[in-house]
Structure formats: C-alpha cells, structure tokens
Ligand binder design. Structure first.
Ligand SMILES: Cc1cc2nc3c(=O)[nH]c(=O)nc-3n(C[C@H](O)[C@H](O)[C@H](O)COP(=O)(O)OP(=O)(O)OC[C@H]3O[C@@H](n4cnc5c(N)ncnc54)[C@H](O)[C@@H]3O)c2cc1C
Length: 571
C-alpha cells in the first residue's frame, strides 16, 4: 500500500493532487463540524478507578456495525463476563477527503439508537474521542482487557492503516483481537474460484440473535461514570443538526425500510430501478444501512428468500426479487476487489491505463460537474438531486461518472472523492471498483458511455425530474428541454431562460467528446500490454460465471472493445 503511494508520488506533481495528504480543494471542502474544533476539545474519559486489581473485560469495538442482531462480537462477548461496548470518534478519519458531516450524522443517529437498545439490556455504549490506540491504552489503565472483539472491515486506506496499528498494539500488549466476518468478503483470499459458493454458504448461515443481557464492568456502572458518558453524548448531540431530507440512521429504520420494500415497494423494483423518478421509491434504499452496519446483507438476503417463497407465482414480484438477490451478492463481489487490492482506491485496476487522463485534469470542468452546471439538463438535475438527497440510483450514478470520464475527460480520483462525500451510502469497496469500471480503466469490463440526452428521454420522458432540480428550465416544454442551447431567442424569452446567463451552454460537445474518448481508449485497449494486464485482472477479480473475451454489445450505446466482462454491468 505504502509502496503504491510512493509510486504515485514519483509520477510527478500532477499525480500528487490525487493522493491523500494533498486532498482538499476549496470548492469541495466538506463542512464537517469537527473542523470547528468543538469536539476536539473534549477530553478522553478518565475513569476514577485505576486499581491494581483491574476488572476483566471484553471490549466490543463498534466500527461500521451499529446493530444488535446478527452481531457476532456482541453475541460471543455476551456469554463471557463483563462487556464494554465502545464507539470511538476518530477525528482524523472523519476529516478524511472522502468523509462528510452527513456520514457522521448518520453514524451518530445509528450509534445513538444502538445505545438506547444496549441500555435496555443493562449495558451502555461508551463514547470516546481521539486516537484509537490512546483510548485503548487509557482503558488498559482501568481494565484488564480479556480480548478485543470487532467485525472485519473492508474500508479505505485510512481505516486499513489504523487497523494495522491496532494489530501491532494488541501484539505488543498481549491482547487477542478477534475479528468476525460481517459480509460475504473473504480475508486473505487466494483466488476467486469457489467464491460464489462460499458467499451462498455464508448467506444461508443461521442469523445470530441479539443478546438478551450484557454486563457492564463495575467501574462503568457508577453514577459518576454514567454521568460522564451521558455528558459526552450530549456534547456530540449538540454539535450536529439533523438534516431533514436525508435518510435517518439506525437498526430500527433499516428494518422498517426492508419491511416496506418487501411488503410493497419492491414489487416494481425491476421496472422502477432505472429512472430517478421511480427508483427513489422502488429501490430498497437499504444502502446506507448496510454501509453503516445497521443491517447486513445476510439478514436482507434471508428476508428476501422468505418473501420469494411467500410470493409464489406472482411474476412481477419474482422477477424483482431475483434481480434484487443478485445485487446482494454483487455488493460483496465488489467489496472483495478492494479487500484483495487496496491500492485501487488510488490507482487504476489495469495499470495499462495509467497516464490516460491524469495530465488533462480541468478544474473548471470538474467544478461545473460538481455544481450541476454543465449545460446538460439530465446531468445537472442528477447532480443537484444527489447534492440535496445524498442518494441517486445506480444508472444515474453511472451516467454521472461516464460524463465526468468520457465527456469531460477527468481522471476518476477527484470525482470519486466528491461522490464519496455525497453518497450517504459511501462504501469504499463498492465505490472505487464501480468508479473505475464506469471510467473504463479496469481492462475487463465493457466500456459504457451514456448519452445524457438519451438517458433524459428514456428515464424522464415528461421532463419532470429535470424541471424539479433545474428550475431555470421549468417553463421549457418537454420536447425542447434536452437541448436548451438550441432554444431560439424568442423561445428563451418566452420560457424565461436566457442561455449563457440563466443556464449554461453545454460545456462540451457530447458527440465530439466521446469520439475522441473512444479513440484514446481504443488506442490503449488494443495493445498487447493492455490485453495481458486485462487477463491478469480478470484472473484476480473477475466473476467466474462468465468469461467472454469478446462479449457482444447489449445496446447501441455500448462501445465494445476486447476484454472480459466480469459482471453484468447494468443495474
Ligand atoms: C459510480 C458508482 C458508485 C457507487 N458507489 C456506491 C457506494 O459507495 N455504496 C453503495 O452501497 N453502492 C454504490 N454503488 C452501487 C449502487 O448504485 C448502490 O448500491 C445503489 O444505488 C444503492 O441504492 P439501494 O440500496 O436502493 O439499491 P438496491 O438497488 O435496492 O440494491 C440493494 C443493495 O444491493 C447492492 N447493490 C446494488 N447495486 C449494486 C451494484 N451495482 N454494485 C454493488 N452492489 C450493488 C447495494 O448494497 C444495495 O444497497 C455505486 C454505483 C456506481 C455506478
């Protein structure tokens, strides 16, 4: 990992902007509350108790797993004496370039709900701030740590490096750290053979019940310790103002969403998933809950299979549930890629594409894309909708990245960070492989270039979605809304939108931009080096289901080039 970063740095100044450490630019700086230093002033807990005879405790370290059901660390710790449930707010992580205050808000809501459930079963959630090793060391002064329990995490580089420090600390202090699997991802996987069967076994495994009771260690049961913990929670609560239009965090909310999806909303999943007008309602909207561990993929899978059995011969439900079930395994399939190759957060999966776009990065184009001011109504509407709701459906995500990559010819790293901050469901293991796939740098996937106009006409046939998010165009009739720059002077006056003043001219010419993009990509893709590297990537990361070296085009929109297609690219 470190070696990869050194390599990036050695590629010169242009590359530097894509690596951590030099990560902020003024336009996309998140307004994270920790930056006001409010939380940073809070001191770590100082337990009065620093006895020689320290109580024995198992620490359950909550990371991105805010639930009680099917939670292996809680389940195993419950039968083994006193348990200290711990959530540490790590300021350095929260200020990383891919994190945003909305993520923090969601995590906090989820943690708060978990805390109230823990209190119902005689426990609590100890809240701490600061560097994880300092917190562990402090706790060690008051407790004999029997073992540390957590879930395995396939996160970004920050948490990966943090976990390596924790491994070293545990070793030095003679503490066992037990990490439990929380999804279908396999640690230290040698190759992909048999991966799908392994996933199926994991998904079919019986769910673990929530613990009925957890015993807090004595020093945390005192009135003073409880009051101190309470005070800490209040301080954090006071720091964050809930954002009403976003999904709320928590295990209960996760199960509510699953229930409404399987009882009602999911019937139209297959038909409704592609349009931003319907996807909002017809997709499960479980992604942030999975990302923050309020529910896991196995719990969802088992509920889906039960519903499938109940729905019997209902064709609409059956086809929706079959589509949905495959996406649950895609979730883990994609995460496995980052688990196996953490460097793909920073560098191209297929290194033959290194240098393809890096030296052409235009801040001006990037800024227009971030602001939803490209002059392409469907792109701008999707970007503005995303900024408002912190969620957009798969197809529109793919279209946004396609536009950034092919039309604007932006290297994927900065758009990836921008989107990471704007996806409430940001999951590094899905995000980076998807971004690379939609940018055409994996070497193994069909190149997909989306036409904003066609997507607009197909997915928003009445233009209502565009009108809702691009109010400058609200009076423009549907027939004219996809090409506002073609409005005559009279029409601009009639519809109250002067092009160039109220709404921008198209930032690039789509047809010409993608012609040039295709030529550049094809030049690389046909080289022997690209083919050789693509074979290596396919061996390492490709699904074992299909192995078409020359897959057939599915739609006229696809530019088909030799290579593997690891997964059905469509959602
Ligand atoms: C550029 C790009 C970036 C993405 N980044 C993320 C991300 O950071 N986090 C994230 O959860 N999803 C990401 N996705 C995948 C997908 O868009 C979201 O999972 C989905 O839109 C979430 O909404 P939902 O829960 O209603 O999905 P549903 O359609 O209801 O699907 C249910 C679950 O299946 C999984 N899933 C669905 N589609 C995919 C897919 N194509 N690949 C992998 N898993 C999938 C997700 O866990 C999702 O929650 C990304 C897609 C693209 C094109």
């Amino acid at each position: 990992m470190l070696r990869d970063r050194e390599l990036l740095e050695s590629h010169g100044n242009r590359q530097r902007i894509f690596i951590r450490g030099c990560r902020r630019t003024s336009v996309i700086m998140p307004s994270f509350p920790i930056e006001n230093k409010h939380l940073l002033d809070i001191q770590p807990i100082r337990l009065a108790h620093q006895a020689v005879d320290k109580p024995l405790v198992s620490i359950v370290w909550l990371k991105r797993d805010f639930r009680l059901h099917d939670h292996a660390p809680f389940h195993h710790a419950a039968s083994n004496g006193a348990v200290l449930p711990l959530w540490v707010i790590e300021p350095d992580w929260w200020q990383s370039a891919d994190m945003d205050s909305t993520h923090f808000n969601f995590a906090l809501e989820s943690a708060r709900e978990l805390r109230s459930r823990l209190r119902e079963i005689g426990s609590d959630l100890l809240l701490q701030f600061g560097d994880i090793l300092e917190i562990f060391s402090q706790l060690q002064q008051s407790f004999t740590i029997r073992e540390l329990l957590s879930h395995e995490e396939t996160g970004g580089d920050w948490t990966f490096q943090r976990d390596k420090r924790v491994v070293r600390w545990c070793r030095q202090n003679g503490i066992t750290w037990k990490e439990y699997r929380q999804d279908g991802v396999i640690r230290r996987l040698k190759n992909r053979d048999g991966w799908a069967e392994n996933w199926q076994r994991w998904a079919d495994t019986r769910l673990l019940p929530a613990p009925r009771q957890l015993t807090l260690p004595e020093p945390l049961r005192t009135v003073e310790a409880k009051a101190e913990n309470e005070q800490r929670w209040r301080t954090v609560d006071a720091t964050i103002a809930p954002i009403s239009q976003l999904q709320k965090g928590g295990e209960e909310q996760a199960h509510d969403s699953l229930a409404t999806f399987l009882n009602e909303r999911g019937a139209n999943y297959r038909r409704g998933m592609s349009s931003p007008l319907t996807a909002n309602e017809n997709c499960s909207r479980l992604s942030p809950y999975i990302a923050w561990g309020c529910i896991n993929v196995r719990q969802i899978y088992q509920a889906v299979m039960q519903t499938k059995a109940i729905r019997g011969a209902d064709k609409q439900w059956q086809s929706s549930l079959v589509s949905y079930r495959s996406r649950l395994s895609w979730h883990c399939h994609f995460m496995q890629k980052l688990e196996d190759e953490p460097s793909l957060e920073f560098q191209n999966l297929c290194r033959a594409y290194d240098g393809l776009r890096e030296n052409d990065f235009s801040e001006e184009r990037f800024q227009a894309w971030c602001d939803g001011r490209t002059g392409y109504p469907m792109i701008d509407a999707c970007m503005r909708a995303l900024r408002e709701h912190r969620w957009i459906n798969f197809r529109m995500r793919a279209m946004l990245v396609s536009f950034a990559s092919y039309d604007l010819w932006l290297h994927w790293r900065k758009p990836a960070l921008f989107l990471a901050r704007h996806f409430l469901d940001y999951e590094p293991g899905i995000h980076y492989p998807q971004i690379q796939m939609q940018s055409g740098v994996t070497g193994i996937n069909t190149i997909r270039i989306y036409s904003p106009e066609k997507q607009g006409k197909d997915q928003d046939p009445t233009g209502d979605f565009v009108r809702r998010y691009v109010p400058e165009l609200r009076q423009v009739p549907t027939a004219l809304i996809w090409n506002p720059s073609k409005l005559t002077r009279d029409e601009q006056v009639r519809y109250g939108c002067e092009i160039g003043r109220d709404y921008p001219f198209p930032i690039v010419d789509h047809a010409q931009a993608i012609r040039e993009a295709k030529a550049k990509i094809y030049e690389i893709r046909q080289t022997g080096e690209a083919r050789e590297k693509a074979v290596e990537v396919a061996k390492r990361h490709g699904s074992r289901k299909r192995r078409d070296v020359f897959p057939k085009p599915r739609t006229h929109q696809q530019l088909l080039l030799p290579g593997f297609d690891a997964l059905p690219p469509e959602s």
